[in-house]
Design a protein around this ligand. Sequence first.
Ligand code: HEC
Length: 173
Amino acid sequence: MKRKIVTLFVISIFTINLLTIHSCKHEPLSKGTDEELYNFAKETNGYNWFKNSDKQLAKSSGTGHSQPFLRTRYNTVASAKLDANGKIISGTSFPEGSVIVKELFDNSTTIGRYAVLYKNTTHKDADAKGWVWGYINADGSVAAKASDKGDACISCHSQTDNIDYMLMNKYFP
Ligand code: HEC
């Protein structure tokens, strides 16, 4: 009898612990399109860096992104629109399947968030120009939903001298 009580006691403590750990979990992880873009962001194979350099850049004066440092890379499809210096060819429009990932750093070593642009004209979350906009924290939680279709992003990214919405060339000439 005594043993049974002890066993029950141990089991209930264990269960309470599990529940506590579970309830401390972070915001909901990305699903659907956000997860699709998050998976793109975490893949680094086949990407080329802006200006052929993986060095961190300090965010520009025009930025709408809070993290102090950044790096931007282009998948193989998007890289077709980079010149020999790794800058975007002026006046270009990116082809279907282009993925552009901006890594936003909290400090010199830690990525805090990814900003992702994915050209897929027939995607359910594509905007009028065929871009899908992702904004996902490094832990997989969502900073701005892809289903918002770039609502919080497009007006700033449409400013003078953008190239197909891109601003890296303008602020890092
Ligand atoms: C107030 C202006 C502003 C807003 C709002 C803004 N951005 Fe940006 N973004 C910039 C600037 C400026 C850059 C160039 C790099 C830098 O200094 O951050 C940039 C760079 C980027 C890049 C790298 C590609 C490139 O060449 O532009 C991506 C991807 C991006 N932003 C995505 C987003 C997303 C997604 C949102 C909305 C959730 C957003 N941006 C909102 C100003 C803005």
